[in-house]
Design a protein around this ligand. Sequence first.
Ligand SMILES: Cc1cc2nc3c(=O)[nH]c(=O)nc-3n(C[C@H](O)[C@H](O)[C@H](O)COP(=O)(O)O)c2cc1C
Length: 244
Amino acid sequence: MNSDRDPGHVTQPPGDTPPVSAEVDHPYDFDMPLGEAMRTQRAIRRLTDEPVSDELVKQLIEFASKAPTAQNHQAWEFIVVRDRELIARLAKLNRRVWRLVDKPIAWLNRKDDKFIRTHRATAHQVDNFERIPVLIVCCMTATRHAPSPVVAASSYGSIFPAVQNLLLAARAAGLGANLTTMPLTVNFAARRVLGIPWKVTPVCIVPIGWPAGRYGPTVRKPVGEVTSIDRYGNRAWLDTEGPG
Ligand SMILES: Cc1cc2nc3c(=O)[nH]c(=O)nc-3n(C[C@H](O)[C@H](O)[C@H](O)COP(=O)(O)O)c2cc1C
């Protein structure tokens, strides 16, 4: 497993490891057990200024592109943003939205400790957005005008599995990452900053860097609370333990 912070600790795979694809070198090791990656992957919004190499970013996108899509259309595109000027413009948009939502949501959730921690971390990311080493803007090229929930599920559901793969790959590499939609709220302006045509829909941004914060484990609702057996509402697993 890679060191959690220092890219210098990244190990080479053994010489006989077959390449995953011809176009991407694989100098980083992603061999963290899948269970550990899933248990400890969480939103890391506090990042150091250490650079993240293009090779590593390419590998993250390669893992993202292993995700399933409706009819295997692979209707996605990824924009890797390193240009400090562009990141600064997105930071401004992010701040504009944050100023609107910060106080109301803080007040509404003022008694929720987990929320308060997340809120502080989000504020930190807003304040330090300009310093994020690299952003990956995840876009879909499928239609965003869905006539039914199922069509919407196929469109948007064909990008988020890739985003989750990206987040898990980042975790396995020891990188910090999180999913954010906030800078895209001012959609027209964000599109203009990134030169995105109308046929492409930016869905979320994943800021990437080496973590200054700690990884999980994450806290989630118990399996029994969100699972029905056979028919909706039969919470037969309510008193049993989740997978750990
Ligand atoms: C569709 C979606 C949109 C999100 N938008 C934002 C966002 O705009 N800003 C942000 O800081 N986090 C955003 N998140 C991240 C969630 O806040 C985070 O996944 C959740 O709080 C769980 O955090 P944890 O994994 O650290 O426990 C988003 C997550 C999803 C799935």
